[in-house]
Design a protein around this ligand. Structure first.
Ligand code: ADP
Length: 163
């Protein structure tokens, strides 16, 4: 049985993330989405809100669970007894950082393998930051995120006076 973790900020989850989750859930027996409690970035959504959104979106995936984590990814993977780290690769701009992370993780935790899934061409431009930026200028984000996520982004922006 192969258990994998798919870590990220997911602030907020986009259709690009969902595409990776869908594909990874078909490759691995179990997939744990690890939502990073990142103190250094100021997120739009709290870690619990991000977990709730992901749980809602993955409710029809019986082999997918969502957990929050803090600290080192390799420690989270070990705690969850996972052997694989899944990451999405959009463009060459992702590559250098992702390669560095994968190599570092290999040095500190030799029992873990990083597996990269290349993005679906449809979503290769898509990032959480782009979605937030378009929404902040009142642009249409319905093709990038699911309806509940869209509504929650709008409500956050209204609470913050549009930004
Ligand atoms: P992080 O802050 O760790 O980069 P993100 O939430 O931005 O977290 O991304 C989590 C993972 O999902 C990363 O591996 C990233 O490359 C991947 N990802 C993000 N957007 C897309 C997309 N549009 N298509 C494929 N993979 C993506």
């Amino acid at each position: 049985m192969t258990r994998a973790v798919y870590p990220g900020s997911f602030d907020p989850v986009t259709n690009g993330h969902m595409d990776i989750i869908d594909r990874a859930s078909k490759i691995f027996d179990e997939l744990i989405i690890g939502v990073l409690l990142n103190q250094s970035k100021k997120p739009m959504f709290s870690v619990d809100e991000r977990v709730n959104l992901l749980e809602h979106l993955t409710e029809n995936y019986p082999n997918v669970t969502v957990k929050k984590f803090d600290g080192l990814l390799v420690d989270f993977a070990h705690k969850e007894d996972a052997r694989v780290i899944v990451r999405g690769l959009r463009a060459v701009t992702d590559f250098e950082y992702e390669l560095q992370m994968a190599q570092t993780n290999k040095v500190i935790a030799d029992d873990l393998e990083t597996v990269f899934l290349t993005t679906n061409l449809k979503y290769s431009y898509l990032s959480s930051s782009i979605v937030k930026e378009i929404a902040s200028y009142d642009g249409d984000i319905r093709q990038f995120v699911d309806p509940q996520t869209e509504a929650e982004i709008r409500s956050k922006l209204n609470d913050n006076g549009g930004k």
